[in-house]
Each structure stands twice: as C-alpha cells, then as structure tokens.
Design a protein around this ligand. Structure first.
Ligand SMILES: Cc1cc2nc3c(=O)[nH]c(=O)nc-3n(C[C@H](O)[C@H](O)[C@H](O)COP(=O)(O)OP(=O)(O)OC[C@H]3O[C@@H](n4cnc5c(N)ncnc54)[C@H](O)[C@@H]3O)c2cc1C
Length: 238
C-alpha cells in the first residue's frame, strides 16, 4: 500500500462513515468475455466488510477527471491482505474501462465497506436476481450461507423478459395498426375496418406475462447452476 488517499476520497469516506485507503492492483484476469477479475491489496479486511458489502473505487473518468464506481467484493483473503472484485466489461464507462486496463502495481483510492444488503442469517433460502455485474456479490453471499440454507441465482433472466416485452409492444402495435388499416366489405355489417382497441392495460398485462415467464424459465436452470462451480457457470454462460 502506498501514500494517502486523495483529499476528496477522505472527505467522502468521512461523510459516508466508511474507511478510505490506497490499494494496489495485485493482479487482473479475464474470467469471461463480459467479466474481469481485479484483485486489490491493502487494508483488505477493513474495506471488504461482510458478504454483500461493496467498495467505491476512484477511477479515471476522461478529460483528467476522476469518478467513483461501486464494485461488490467477490471474496476476501485476510491472510494475504487482498480482496477480489468481478467487474463487467460490457459498458463503455470509466468502471469497465478501468477493469480492462488495470495493471498490477498501479494504485487506486478505495472507500469501504459500503452497502446495506446483507445475508439474513434466519432465512431458509436466498434468491439472487440480477445481471452479470451482480455475480461477484451473489457468490460471496451464497458461499457464506451454512447448510441447509439454500441460494437460488437468476442472472439476466428478467433482462431477457424486459427486452422481449419491449419488442412485443412494438410488434403488437405495428401489427394492430396494420390490421386496423385493412379495408373490407361485408354484407353483414356496416364496418369496413377491423375495430382495434389500443389499451395500456393490454400492454401492461403482456409485460407481466413476459416477466413472469422469464422468471419461471430462469428459475430451474438457476437451481441446477447453483450446484456448479462459479467459474464453470460463467464460462458456459457467456
Ligand atoms: C452497490 C453497487 C454494487 C455494484 N457492484 C458491481 C460489481 O460487483 N461489478 C460490476 O461490474 N458493477 C457493479 N456495480 C455497477 C458499477 O458501479 C458500474 O456502474 C458498472 O461497472 C459500469 O461502470 P461504467 O463506469 O463502465 O459504466 P457507467 O458509466 O456506470 O455506465 C455506462 C452506461 O452503462 C449503463 N449501465 C451501467 N451498469 C449497467 C448494468 N449493470 N446493466 C445495464 N446497464 C448498465 C449505464 O446506464 C450507462 O448508460 C455496482 C453498483 C452498485 C450501486
């Protein structure tokens, strides 16, 4: 660990009631095309907190500015004084950029521990819902559960549901417009167009059904995935 954190880091940490330290990048590794592992060294136990906690890292934000990004702690190695972050490289923002470029030996300001979503020791099972950026904390929390408590992971399933629902709105609307514009003649009625009803209720109902189906479709593979090794799951899923 080197030098002292930037003044703004110390001030922010004080406001947040957390600790501010300078950490070294110990190693980096690509886990999958969308996930990069960054291991940081220094004040690990102090910053990493409990399963579910995250840290705030000060990274370059372009045009000589710095921004802060929060990353959940994937694991803590108190003996080596190191903690691990799993960071998505799917975005063009400063956080993803830092994860792609970080090299061993460089230093970063870190504030931690942060976050209030922790394991409930009395719960029989925990459901972890999120996208790839949540995997690190899901695994850390799941690994801290003692048998017979269970963890269920549903990663990306709802995202698929949302995208499906949004595409469905557009296609449904265009199809309805197309049907409404068709002219026809019939001897049985004065109508020469199909009566098409546009109602927000129908769109909401369709969204609910899409989200529910993707949740159900994600649940069973997620149960099976919960029995596999984390790295094997990610390699297979991305
Ligand atoms: C409590 C907490 C814990 C977090 N833990 C992690 C973690 O362990 N690993 C991790 O990779 N990230 C985590 N994040 C998100 C992280 O802080 C960054 O937002 C993310 O890594 C992207 O940073 P960025 O600077 O590259 O992009 P940003 O500048 O933050 O965002 C760029 C664009 O991508 C969009 N975007 C950002 N994140 C997502 C997302 N997950 N899904 C869809 N769109 C998104 C933004 O809306 C924006 O349009 C956490 C956030 C919080 C609040």
């Amino acid at each position: 660990m080197t030098s002292a954190p930037h003044l703004s880091t110390n001030e922010l940490a004080e406001r947040l009631g957390a600790f501010a330290r300078v950490c070294d990048v110990v190693s980096t590794k690509t886990i999958s095309p969308s996930l990069r592992e960054v291991v940081l060294g220094g004040a690990a136990q102090l910053l990493a907190g409990q399963p579910g906690n995250d840290v705030m890292v000060r990274v370059a934000g372009g045009s000589q500015k710095f921004v802060r990004r929060r990353f959940s702690v994937r694991s803590l190695d108190a003996e080596q004084d190191q903690f691990t972050l799993w960071i998505t490289t799917e975005h063009d923002g400063p956080g993803s950029d830092w994860a792609r470029r970080a090299v061993p030996g460089e230093t970063v300001d870190v504030i931690g521990p942060r976050g209030k979503v922790l394991i409930d020791p009395t719960a029989h099972w925990h459901l972890f819902l999120g996208d790839v950026s949540g995997l690190g904390t899901f695994y850390r929390m799941a690994q801290s559960l003692e048998a017979p408590r269970r963890a269920i992971f549903i990663v990306e399933a709802l995202l698929v549901g949302f995208v499906g629902a949004a595409l469905g709105w557009v296609l449904g609307y265009l199809l309805s417009r197309g049907l409404a514009s068709l002219e026809f003649k019939t001897p049985f009625s004065d109508y020469n167009h199909l009566p098409v009803l546009y109602s927000a209720k129908h769109y909401l109902l369709a969204t609910g059904v899409a989200l529910f189906s993707s949740l159900v479709a994600g649940y069973f593979p997620a149960r099976a995935a919960a029995r596999l090794h984390p790295v094997d799951i990610i390699r297979g899923a991305t």
